[in-house]
Design a protein around this ligand. Structure first.
Ligand SMILES: Nc1ncnc2c1ncn2[C@@H]1O[C@H](COP(=O)(O)OP(=O)(O)OP(=O)(O)O)[C@@H](O)[C@H]1O
Ligand SMILES: [Mg+2]
Length: 362
């Protein structure tokens, strides 16, 4: 049961600064997800919270107490890693009990906690088995069970599902969502590369890039109102289409000239001083529709059509110089290669960023 506060947290390895001042307030019971490209510092941040990595600068506060110099075992934190590292010669029960035996808990208390964790994670039938007789998903649940037994105030997960195959990932993700409900008072911080895990598990997502926070917010807020180009292209899959445009008219709404020559009115207010400036215009693949009307956004040639069953992805050339425009249409859509199509989108689904990549406020 803990709130966390990160105040100007920094980390350097030698002369290289990898975490460059992170400020973040986490409430008790929140489920926070860290996302960001490989190497942006997610694991480092998590390990500093756990106490496995020294904090170079700033303050880490847990429940009002600065814990920078408090050893890991005294922070009330449990961490689950990608590689579950169970003891191969011990049963599931003994793997889960191990930490408590070291801590000299009573036999009764150990038994109570192991059985309760096994119940939560549906591991009761497997308590007498060795890890080698378990599936990958079951092993990862044992690792989570071992952490639950420690009765942590804060639960840290570093890509716990990335070793599992697709079906097991989904099943274990749902287990973690249930776990979060049952341990409603426990604060959880979860690192993932998986968009679906981030969107479905998080109360709030923290988007990191090169050791800095780009944006923090509930999943759908980040999806609908990204603060900048980085977040716009990081959240959502396939990524938001961005094209260069020029601001033609400013005011309560903004008119933008697109590469194809068409103009579009976007529902964001801009200052008169923005007139004539370069901008970035964004629209998500799933927000584009095929149109025959004259007030289309883009016209281009379909290079590739990928039918995935539930959606059809189109890769369209002649619109962006460097890469195709991506369009995601629901269901099975028959499109010929080389076909010329026009695309439109609702005004409310359009995004506009200034030349530096910052979003214009709505
Ligand atoms: N012990 C270390 N010594 C020097 N540099 C390190 C050390 N550990 C991590 N780094 C560097 O710190 C940066 C952040 O690493 P970190 O492991 O936190 O990234 P990450 O966001 O977890 O990436 P991934 O998604 O690949 O797991 C990287 O550039 C990495 O090379
Ligand atoms: Mg990592």
């Amino acid at each position: 049961m803990a709130s966390l506060s990160l105040k100007g947290i920094r980390k350097s390895y030698g002369a290289v600064e990898v975490i460059k001042g992170v400020d973040l307030e986490i409430e008790q019971g929140e489920f926070i997800v860290f996302v960001g490209p490989s190497g942006c510092g997610k694991s480092t941040l998590l390990r500093m919270i756990a106490g496995l990595e020294r904090i170079t600068g700033g303050e880490l506060v847990i429940d009002g107490q600065v814990v920078n110099d408090v050893p890991p075992s005294k922070r009330g934190i449990a961490m689950v890693f990608q590689s579950y590292a169970l003891y191969p010669h011990m049963t599931v029960y003994d793997n889960m009990a191990f930490g408590m035996r070291i801590a000299k808990e009573s036999k009764e208390e150990i038994d109570r906690r192991v059985r309760s964790a096994a119940e939560i994670l549906q591991l009761t039938p497997y308590l007498d088995r060795l890890p080698k007789a378990l599936s990958g998903g079951q092993r990862q649940r044992v690792a989570i069970g071992r952490a639950i037994c420690r009765d942590p105030k804060v639960f840290l997960f570093d890509e716990p599902l990335s070793n599992l195959d697709a079906a097991l990932r989904v099943a274990t993700r749902i287990e973690i969502a249930k776990l979060n409900e049952q341990m409603a008072d426990t604060t959880m911080i979860y690192v993932t590369h998986d968009q679906v895990e981030a969107m479905t598990l998080a109360d709030r997502i923290v988007v990191l890039s090169a050791g800095r926070i780009e944006q923090v917010g509930p999943p759908l807020e980040l999806y609908e109102h990204p603060a900048n180009l980085f977040v716009a292209q990081f959240i959502g899959s396939p990524a938001m289409n961005i094209v260069k445009g020029k601001i033609e008219e400013t005011g309560a709404q903004t008119s933008v000239r697109l590469p194809g020559g068409n103009s579009v009115t976007v529902d964001v207010a801009t200052d008169a001083s923005e007139k004539g400036k370069d901008c970035h215009f964004g629209v998500r693949p799933e927000d584009l529709t095929v149109t025959t009307a004259d007030d289309f956004l883009f016209e281009g040639t379909v290079d590739i059509a990928e039918g995935l069953g539930e959606v059809t992805l189109l890769y369209v050339s002649d619109i962006r110089e460097d890469e195709p425009l991506v369009v995601k249409l629901p269901g099975i859509v028959k499109v010929d290669k080389g076909q010329k199509l026009r695309f439109a989108a609702e005004k409310a689904k359009l995004h506009l960023f200034d030349a530096d990549g910052k979003t214009y406020r709505r």
